[in-house]
Design a protein around this ligand. Structure first.
Ligand code: GLU
Length: 295
């Protein structure tokens, strides 16, 4: 069986240089080992995902000369698969319904930080750790999310040390084998009121169902890999290998993002950039990283 890679953009905007770097890293790694690349559209957020962005993603990849194998998998069409995995975790008693809204959490956080004068602990992605003493769910009885009970999940792991094979590196230069430390995370969200899944759940379920053997993605997902390894173990899914590549930053050192006004690939195209200009720009960015890491 040839190795299977995937490129998994969210259709919430147009692709920019950061996506081009990610896509080129995926396709190049696949090429090195004779693997194939699948295209997965991560469209579980109904508010932010747009079908026209899916078409634009395909057009941009095509322009870059990157061809994927087989049918595109749209996550929103496979919610039953995600629900089945959630049911499995629920049957093991590892999840709980949570009625706190973002506003409830923000209010409790502001109060506890004011009272203690210290920052409240946060997950690696910046999410405040639950429970926050005195956090009051809104009076409306409906659950807002289903969360993993991290304390119970760690008990279910039975003291096993999880690791993963890392062939890239983390933000602090970590290379594999890397010890996965899910205890750096709190009760992560596994499903929301409007969607029976979350990024963490959908990504591990889909990687497994698509037979993905190699995950190549940005360093911003490095610490999330600990949650993914935990979920893979708890649900009984196979373990892919991982390669986290550097992120493209703008002149201020912040991650490139459409929301910060970075130009999309189609805007660069309209400015007269060719596919080779994009590839050269990506190579220059990757070279800077090599120079930095060997310094
Ligand atoms: N949909 C995620 C993104 O666009 C990809 C995360 C992953 O590759 O696991 O950032």
């Amino acid at each position: 069986m040839p190795p299977i890679f995937r490129f998994a953009p969210s259709p919430t905007g147009h692709l920019h240089l950061g996506h081009a770097l990610s896509a080129l890293c995926v396709w190049r790694e696949a090429e090195k080992v004779g693997g194939t690349v699948l295209l997965r559209i991560e469209d579980i957020d109904p508010q932010r995902s747009r079908p026209e962005h899916v078409a634009a993603i395909c057009e941009d990849l095509d322009w870059l000369g990157l061809r994927w194998d087989g049918e595109i998998r749209r996550q929103s069409e496979h919610l039953d698969d995600h629900r089945a995995a959630l049911d499995r975790l629920a049957a093991a008693g590892l999840v709980y319904p949570c009625r706190l809204t973002r506003a409830d959490i923000a209010a409790a956080l502001a109060r506890i930080e004011r009272e203690t004068g210290a920052p409240w602990p946060r997950d690696p992605d910046g999410t405040p750790r639950l429970p926050i003493p005195g956090a009051e769910p809104s009076p409306d009885e409906t659950r807002k999310a289903i969360r993993l009970d991290m304390a119970k999940a760690l008990v279910a792991l039975g003291g096993e040390t999880l690791t993963w094979r890392e062939s890239g590196c983390g933000p602090a230069g970590e290379t594999g084998p890397v010890v996965a430390d899910p205890s750096r995370w709190g009760d992560v969200i596994l499903a929301r009121k409007e969607t029976p899944t979350s990024y963490h759940l959908a990504v591990v379920v889909d990687d497994a169902l698509q037979g993905v053997t190699h995950v190549v993605r940005g360093q911003d997902m490095f610490y999330a890999t600990a949650v993914h390894r935990l979920l893979q173990r708890l649900i009984g899914l196979p373990e892919p290998s991982y390669r986290h590549h550097r992120l493209v930053s703008d002149a201020d050192g912040a991650k490139l993002a459409k929301s910060r006004g970075s130009k999309s690939l189609r805007e660069l195209r309209a400015d007269g950039w060719s596919k080779d200009d994009v590839i050269a720009a990506v190579d220059a960015l990757l070279r800077v990283d090599v120079l930095k890491s060997s310094a």
